[in-house]
Design a protein around this ligand. Sequence first.
Ligand code: DGL
Length: 279
Amino acid sequence: MTPQRVRGHGERSQTMKAPMGIFDSGYGGLSVFKKIAREMPWYDYCYFGDNARAPYGDRAPSEVFEYTKQAVEWLFTKGNAPLVVLACNTASALALRRLQQEWLPEYFPDRRILGVLIPVAEDIAKTARPGDRIGLLATPATIASGAWRRELKKYLPRDCSIIEQACPLLAPLIEGGYGNNEATHAILKEYLLPFEKRPVQSLILGCTHYPFLLSHFRSIFGKNTPLFYSGESVVHALKSYLIRHPEIECCLSRDGTKEYYTTGDPAEFRKKAEQLFNI
Ligand code: DGL
């Protein structure tokens, strides 16, 4: 795994401080990163997309863990990042807990890794009522991990139920540029069939790519079903985390630079980042 630099602007200060690392299996995390950088433009950021090995969504848990660990290790050692945000739902679901509990204490005890599941679960808990049904759409690996279920149970009223649906085709179609295609919408409708029989009170878009279909979800679910996804929730959780952890915050450099690295083709990354994310 030899990531290559895609693009950077500005030069970082030559101090001990370093950028915040943002990791995703590929492009999808750019949707989360964009919101973080817009809300906190003063920090330096180093985005890492493991495009050469994406998608993670149908990989084995051991692969997702190993790949995520390698990427985070790269951000810690080459990027010197004090903090890495796993913008990827699949990586957050399959790797975060083990990295935090077993790997960090042994190898990088002064660094931190945050994920995208808990911020969303906390946000849902603010409005969920007893007996609510919560819908969850995610990649097959994320659903199979049971991580969303585990985290939601911690925050939701006890008698809430969770209806899960794996959507293996959505992320590849959106990444391929077919997000606005009729066939993609027909596939989405198919995935949403379980929610016709058992309507949900909230829906989690548990994959970085699904917010691309937001207008579609809105037209199907209407205004009264809140849709939750990582971008918004993660920004608020991250801000609050940095206030509560000045020992991490003070290690982040503040020159407003953004660097992008990919294990794939830098030219392709640049093209997709422009096309899909206007970055
Ligand atoms: N970034 C992944 C996620 O949020 C979606 C793409 C993939 O399968 O790698 O789950």
